[in-house]
Structure formats: C-alpha cells, structure tokens
Design a protein around this ligand. Structure first.
Ligand SMILES: [Zn+2]
Length: 495
C-alpha cells in the first residue's frame, strides 16, 4: 500500500488527485505493475535458457565479485597435493598443508619433475659455464632435498613426499609427442629414464604413458578425498601439462573425490611481485570471470610466517626468481574449483555457428593472449562442442578473423572405461586431417568438412568417434608458421 500512496504524490500536471485515487487510476497502476513484473520474469527466463544461446554449457555458479572463504574441512581425510616442480607445493599450499596436518588430515605430496633443467641454476650451482649432464642432475638432487626440508619444516613426515623425478621442462613434450614407450624424452640431465635413486619408479621411462601410469596408481593406492593440482589456466608449460595429466589420471582411475586447483604462473599474478604479507592473494582479473571458481583459504599469522620460513629454504629457485617466490607470502592461499561440463545433444538438428553469439560454448579463453603479436586470428576466445545423431560438431571462435594461413588443432582424449582414444584434428587452409601422434590415435582417412566465417571455424566428425565413451578432454590450439599462437585450457566433458 505504501507504493500506492507514493504514486498519488505525482508532480503537478500529471492529473488531478481525485482521478489518481479513483478505481480507474488504481486499475491502470496494477496493470503497469503486472506488465513490469511480467517483463522482468521474461528477462529472467531468457537468461536461464541454456540451449543454443551464448550461455556456456557449464554452470559457473560463483559471481565475479567477492571470493568465498573456505577451510580444509570440506577436503576430507586424505589430501593429495600434486606439484610440477620442487617448490610449487609450498608456493601454493604451504598454508593448506599446515591446516590439514593440524586437523589430522593425511597429506601426501607428489612432485612430478626433479626441477633439473635450468641452465642458469646449473651454471650457478656448478660454477661452470657449460654444465654437464651430471651437473643438471646435481641440481635435481638439491632441489628435491629443498622440498624435503620445507615439508619437514611444515610437519609433513618424510615418507609422505613422493618424487616421480621426470625431467624438468619435459611435461608438455610427454603430453603431446613423447606419449608412447618408443618415443622417450631425453632431458638436459641426459637421460631418457629417470636417473634418480629416490624416484617413485626407479629407472622410469620418460614418456607420457608412464607418467600417467604412475599418477593413476598413486591415486588408486592413496584413495585421496581431495586432489589439489595446477590450474588449467597456468601459463607455464609444465604446469599446463601437469593439469592435463592429472585430469587424465582422474578419469582413467575413476576417481570420484574432490578436486581443487592452484595458480603459480601468469603474467599478472601475484600482484604485487614482492613480499607483501599483509595483502590478500587475488586471482588475476580475467580469471575472476572465466575458468575455475576461486576460493580464499585464509592463513593465520603463524601459518603465514611458517610459509615464509619454508619458502626461504628454496635457495635454488630463489637464485632465479627472487621476489616471485616471496610474493606468495600472503594472508590467504587460493583454491580453484572446476565446474563439470556436459555438452548438448542436438538430435538431427545442425548447429548454427553463424549465429550472432556462439552456441554450445564449453570453454572460454582470455582475449589478447596469443603469443604471435598482431595475429588476432590466432587468439582463441571460445570453444564449442555438441553432438548430433550422426555427427559431432566442434567450433572455435577467434578474436580477429580466422585465417587460411593459421593452423587450428582440435585435440581430444576420449575415455571408455580403461581404454582411451586420442584424436588430434589439424585444420589448415580449410582442410582437416587426423594426426597420428601416439599408438592410441584414432586412424581416420575420411573427409572432415571445414567451415569458416569471419571469426569462427567449425568442423564435424563421425559420431562413432564418441560411441560408448563416457568422458573426454578437449583443447584447441593455433599455430602461425612454426610459432604457437594460443591454446585453450583442457576442458573435461561428461558425455
Ligand atoms: Zn613450477
């Protein structure tokens, strides 16, 4: 009623008071209100329709504003932290580890590489201009020892840290090309098998299949309630690939527990790049609206101070990065939650990838992050995927016009129980073909139709590739000549 009375106090000239208070005025007012409410409801309903519009297929529940606060309680009784290099475990989770141990949560830490490929570290460490393969291995020994020291300072029993001891800098290669046992990767340490006596698998062959096998058996043996691993938007190639490997092992081991991600490397992270213990650790601005949903894990003054002491023990990376390491001493740590995505099934319809807004989006990628300056056609911004009765449709949107001279590759790993098929579809100049990069690559010589229009490119492939599969990983990359332009985070889809 208050609003009715307020409506009566209209400015002079808008009608006399008796008319405004009459039943006619009241009826008009009610109609206006109903119309407004109706329009609002329509707008709300339109915003909720997920099919065929620009709304991503996944449901990103968190708002862009304030981050939610969490603690270790939802992580359960067994936490597994997976780090690409010996220092990431402390940079990202030294506070989390302390809190978990305080609550009697069992913590295991897996370090994938020995951190042994930095030339400048090997030079400084060996005092030689041209360090030998042995010098690189000595750096690996020393870096792994730094992790042991830091973990024991935080209270973690020595046996709870597992070193897989693959070559530093190799993970991208293991994931992409050195997957099979007959394509081993040789690191700067001169070995194509892990040369470290303390490795989880002694003399482990350096290939993607073997690393996946190790991660798979660790997950099955430890039965963690939560796994914490690098975020898909981390720009360091080892971190990017570590994310892919863990997602792969999560699917292949049928892991059903919780997953959280952490970020270490991006151009604008952490801000500022210096010791600022009174400040909060914030995700980069662009990652507040796309990718993982970030949560804040607050640290007590004591936990933060212990983290600072632990980080001081990493002297070798400190020689190279200095303030970068200190900038992780903050009032909180960040944990990302990855939302699950399920692509749409569209029956016998054909998707309209010429629509004003890209339909069936499953991944959004930051703009202006192509490594090739001035080539906006290589800057990937959205990936779409949907399945029909006889074909599956894959599309990519770019910042500038998609070009014949740029190579676009759709990369998929398709999971069916313990069997995994691999699909790498390369598109150049409106022609597409399947690459054979590993023994599990799908062999297909049939035609793959390619369409391009303005800043969109799309293909369709036989639905039989996906028959019986229950999940897949999907990423798209672009290459200009021999230079990689952009690549999207590996997206996990439930089929
Ligand atoms: Zn790292």
């Amino acid at each position: 009623m208050g609003k009715v009375l307020k409506a009566g106090h209209a400015p002079a000239g808008s009608g006399d008071q008796s008319t405004r208070s009459s039943p006619v005025f009241f009826t008009r007012w009610v109609h206006t209100c109903l119309l407004a409410v109706g329009m609002l409801l329509c707008l709300l309903l339109v915003s909720l329709i997920p099919v065929g519009c620009s709304t991503p297929v996944w449901d990103r529940k968190a708002p862009e504003g304030k981050l939610t606060v969490t603690d270790v309680t939802p992580m359960g009784k067994r936490v597994l932290v997976i780090a690409p290099h010996p220092d990431d475990e402390s940079l990202a989770t030294a506070g989390l580890i302390q809190q978990a141990l305080k609550q009697n949560v069992e913590v295991k830490v897996v370090i994938i590489t020995a951190g042994d490929s930095s030339k400048s570290a090997a030079r400084l460490f060996s005092l030689k201009d041209k360090p030998s393969e042995t010098d690189f291995r000595l750096v690996g020994d020393a870096r792994c020892q730094e992790t042991r020291d830091a973990m024991s300072m935080l209270g973690l029993p020595r046996r709870n840290t597992i070193f897989l001891a693959y070559a530093d800098g190799s993970l991208n290669s293991l994931w992409n090309v050195s997957w099979d046992y007959n394509h081993l990767h040789t690191g700067r340490n001169g070995a194509d098998h892990s040369p470290y006596a303390f490795a989880y698998e002694k003399n482990a062959p350096c290939c993607g299949s073997n690393l996946e096998k190790n991660l798979n058996s660790i997950i099955k043996d430890l039965e963690p309630t939560s796994i914490i691993y690098p975020d898909a938007e981390d720009v360091h190639h080892d971190h990017w690939a570590a994310n892919a490997f863990v997602q792969y092992a999560v699917l292949s081991s049928h892991y059903r527990g919780k997953e959280y991600t952490y970020l270490v490397h991006r151009h604008d992270f952490p801000e500022p790049r210096s010791l600022a213990p009174l400040r909060a650790l914030e995700p980069p601005k662009i990652l507040k609206s796309i990718g993982s949903i970030w949560q804040r894990l607050p640290l007590s003054r004591r936990e933060e101070s212990n983290k600072e002491s632990a980080l001081k023990l990493y002297t070798i990376p400190r020689m190279m990065k200095e303030t970068f390491i200190d900038s992780f001493v903050r009032r909180n740590e960040l944990l990302g939650i990855v939302e699950k995505a399920k692509p749409k099934r569209i029956g016998n319809k054909k998707p309209d990838f010429t629509a004003r807004r890209m339909p069936y989006v499953v991944t959004e990628d930051p703009s202006y992050d192509s490594a090739v300056p001035g080539m906006d056609g290589s800057d990937l911004t959205k990936v779409a995927f949907c399945t029909g009765d006889s074909r599956a449709y894959l599309a990519v949107e770019t910042k500038g016009y998609a070009l014949d001279s740029i190579t676009y590759a759709f990369r998929l790993r398709l999971f069916k129980e313990s069997k995994v098929d691999r699909l790498d579809i390369k598109v150049l100049g409106k022609r597409a073909h399947c690459e054979r990069l590993a023994s599990n690559s799908i062999r297909f010589n049939g035609r793959i139709p390619v369409s391009m229009r303005e800043n969109r490119l799309w293909i369709d492939v036989p639905i039989s590739f996906f028959s019986g599969k229950n999940a897949c990983l999907l990423s798209v990359d672009s290459t200009v000549g021999s230079s990689r332009g952009d690549r999207t985070a590996w997206r996990r889809l439930t089929l």
